[in-house]
Design a protein around this ligand. Structure first.
Ligand SMILES: Cc1cc2nc3c(=O)[nH]c(=O)nc-3n(C[C@H](O)[C@H](O)[C@H](O)COP(=O)(O)O)c2cc1C
Length: 193
């Protein structure tokens, strides 16, 4: 749904239009698979993020089919053992089948704290690239967090070791509708000359 923040403006480039039209949306058809080549393509776009020292710190796990249920079941098991809110535990079983594709994004941990911070910054930029590439290719996307309790079971499901920090869980799918656009406040900018 175009509005004053997403409607094409005469002077917006196609890239700017994609940036503005990307929305966090789970209005997707869970039964409609996404072509694996398209998933690979948007992940490839992620890797074009800027990266100080060219450490290429990002890692991706693509979950489709039953792998999504296994993730939620692992989370539910941990949630139950920790005595988390039963409603929250129950929701884990079905949460990740709401979209046909779930991508987990990890950053590898560097021992140097500065490098570690910059690698995480680069990986966040990579996630945004992934979302924008999905938007440009007609897919809906949704960047979600997971509770800290679930980082370890997510690593276990993904088969990545403890030296991987969780950055994002991204739902991807073919859209079935459009969500409202949250308005942006004016940027807080100081101009110096
Ligand atoms: C690090 C990060 C974590 C996020 N985690 C969640 C989340 O767990 N649940 C959620 O509904 N949205 C999450 N979001 C998405 C934001 O809610 C969303 O970007 C914001 O509402 C603005 O909407 P827009 O992305 O459509 O412009 C997350 C975004 C970022 C950058």
């Amino acid at each position: 749904m175009a509005d004053e923040t997403t409607a094409p403006a005469a002077d917006w480039t196609p890239a700017e239009q994609v940036i503005r039209s990307r929305r966090t949306s789970l209005l997707v058809d869970p039964e409609r698979a996404v072509d694996p080549d398209l998933i690979a393509r948007v992940i490839d776009s992620a890797t074009w993020a800027p990266n100080h020292k060219r450490t290429w710190p990002w890692r991706f796990t693509v979950l489709t089919g039953d792998a999504r249920t296994r993730l939620g079941t692992a989370f539910a098991g941990v949630g139950e053992s920790l005595g988390l809110d039963p409603k929250k535990v129950e929701s884990q079983y079905t949460k990740y089948v709401r979209s046909p594709v779930v991508v987990l994004v990890w950053v590898t941990g560097d021992p140097d704290p500065v490098r570690r911070r910059e690698d995480r910054d680069a990986t966040a930029a990579a996630v945004q690239n992934l979302l924008l590439a999905a938007t440009a290719n007609g897919l809906a996307s949704y960047w979600a967090s997971i509770s800290d309790h679930f980082h370890a079971p997510a690593r276990a499901q993904a088969g990545v070791d403890d030296n991987h920090d969780f950055v994002a869980l991204v739902y991807l799918g073919h859209p079935t509708g459009q969500v409202a656009t949250p308005p942006r406040p004016e940027p807080d900018v100081v101009w110096l000359s």
